[in-house]
Write a protein that binds this ligand. Structure first.
Ligand SMILES: [Fe+2]
Ligand SMILES: [Fe+2]
Length: 189
């Protein structure tokens, strides 16, 4: 099957639709915490945004259903915005699997201006572990993309390193963390 959407286009779309989140210090905090294996929560969130966009593209192309791609990306980027190390079970995170969607949603609603769809995406992403099912197709997409990414990360299967590299490069260029050279300038296009 031909590639439905290029990695380059996905990286560009994630950054364009998600830069209101990606460029904040708050969202960058997710780099400090590990999600699965060697993957940080931020990298995991970018990976989930990537697969959410791939699934959305398939649904739009073959089923004619319109997807709110901006809310999809923003919800995916913030779906695990719980901001603690969930591996530290002794610090009261023993029920992390059940409780973190609510914690992430509360944190995200505190730090960002979210619409109802974005809130639903974050709160329902652990279904069926949490019993209330997603209300919107975008929430179901993120819920499925999250499980696929978690599986690959746990088994150390590289599925998103190029996209993560592009997102971080654009972040560093805009923040002035690296000087723009001939090759890097291409990343801003
Ligand atoms: Fe999660
Ligand atoms: Fe997740």
């Amino acid at each position: 099957m031909a590639k439905i959407i290029s990695e380059y286009r996905i990286a560009k779309e994630i950054f364009e639709l998600g830069k209101g989140i990606i460029l904040t210090d708050e969202a960058q905090e997710m780099k400090k915490f590990t999600q699965h294996g060697d993957t940080s929560v931020f990298e995991h969130a970018v990976s989930v945004a990537k697969y959410s966009l791939i699934y959305a593209t398939v649904i739009e192309k073959y089923f004619g259903k319109k997807i709110d791609r901006q809310s999809l990306v923003r919800g995916a980027l913030l779906h695990d915005y719980f901001l603690y190390d969930w591996h530290e079970k002794h610090k009261g995170h023993g029920l992390h699997g059940f409780t973190h969607p609510g914690t992430a949603a509360d944190n995200a609603e505190r730090d960002f201006d979210l619409n109802d769809l974005e809130k639903d995406i974050i709160r329902k992403h652990m279904f069926p572990l949490t019993p209330i099912p997603p209300k919107h197709i975008e929430s179901a997409i993120v819920c499925i993309a999250d499980k696929w990414c978690a599986l690959c990360e746990t088994f150390k299967i590289d599925i998103s390193s190029y996209i993560i590299y592009r997102i971080n490069l654009r972040f560093d260029l805009i923040r002035g963390n690296i000087r723009i050279g001939h090759r890097e300038s291409h990343a801003l296009k």
